[in-house]
Ligand binder design. Sequence first.
Ligand code: EPU
Length: 429
Amino acid sequence: MDKLVIRGGRPLHGKVDIGGAKNAAVAILPATIMAEGPCTIQNVPDISDVHILLEIMSSMGVDVRMTGKHEYYLDGRGLVSSVIEHEEARRMRASYYFLGAMLSRFGKAAVALPGGCNLGARPIDQHLKAFMALGCECVVDHGMVYCDSGRGLKGNQVIFDIVSVGATINAMLAACKAEGRTVLQNVAKEPHVVDVANILNMMGADIRGAGTDTIKINGVKHLRGVEYSIIPDQIEAGTFIAAAVATGGDVEIDNITPKHLETIVSRIREMGGEITLDEECAYVRRRGPLLATNLRTMPHPGFPTDMTPQASVLLALAEGTSVIQEGIWSNRFRYADELRRMGARFSVEGKTAIISGVSKFSGAPVVSTDLRAGAAMVIAGLCADGMTEVRGVEYIDRGYEDFVGKLRALGADIERVEDLEEQIVQQEA
Ligand code: EPU
């Protein structure tokens, strides 16, 4: 076990490169097994969620080779297994994408219920609703999800009860080769949904409307191998924007898609960020004092839930009171206790947080409760007086490539060290 040791008070300066989008990568990599030839995927982020997925794919019989920095050759032609057991699925949320991908490939799939960050209840009823509408029989038994399409998937209309990124992508995967036409309504519009539709269309699928409320899919018989580059990660970019503004620094954030950052940028500007967007980069500074504002998280193009912890660090240091209303997860604010240790005034009532700004944080030992909370702890540590220790680094590793290296290159005083105390506690337990 490692921990991060941060000595706060240094504004970030310099340039940082944003990697490929985690939530696109974790869908695109499983989707490659649907192709009848090998795929080469570029801009794959070097994060632990991706490593786990590639291990699962390898163990299923996919020929996985790293062919360059951030580039993988994936040949699923030798794939034999359509079962993913508990030990593998538990390690990450996105293992559910193997359901859609294997249904498309084999007409059946068995995947253990997925794990992932604990942000509240994470059912997959909407995924199963779509599969069943396409003619599958779906059974959940002893924690395994079994889907079988019998004589093949058939296109149909699916109206989702709630907007779900995972269910939208999974339904697209399953419907690509379903016979006839599928119409998905009330779908998620996130950039990674569009990215997955783009690679599937390149493979030969006929998907229209990704990025709007309705996706129409005409089933095709074959999908071919392709070369494809994953979009930049909007949340990693947003995290560095928040870190630059929080520390009062001056940072150029490269390899972004400005369109995907519009909501994040406009809200962080309201909090006191000065952000200029170029074709592929953002120039970020602090305009003056941080300003309180109210936030409500919503599916894209609303403010993304995955940016609330980072944004709440800015609000916790702003003059005045801010209210954050979480519209996606029931348990997003688990990190509030940790920020309080550092001096934040943060009260939580259900899915609402009320933050009264303080002028300074003081360094303290804190624990990341999930991936984005971990990023927020780090940003808070960069702004705090004295030393902050962040435990639970494995959450951060799931979604941020070389977070420490990138921050150090921007001048942060942060290091990753072995957590000897944690080892002693574990030995004693
Ligand atoms: N939901 C259901 N039934 C379903 C599916 C979802 O009730 O069948 C509910 C969820 O409980 C939640 C809401 O619908 O309240 C939205 O969930 P969604 O399905 O959109 O989330 P997800 O696909 O499981 C992805 C990201 C999350 C991100 C959410 C929301 C991946 C692997 N994960 O999760 O990312 O918070 O969309 O944008 O794509 C992260 O990157 O830190 C992260 C947690």
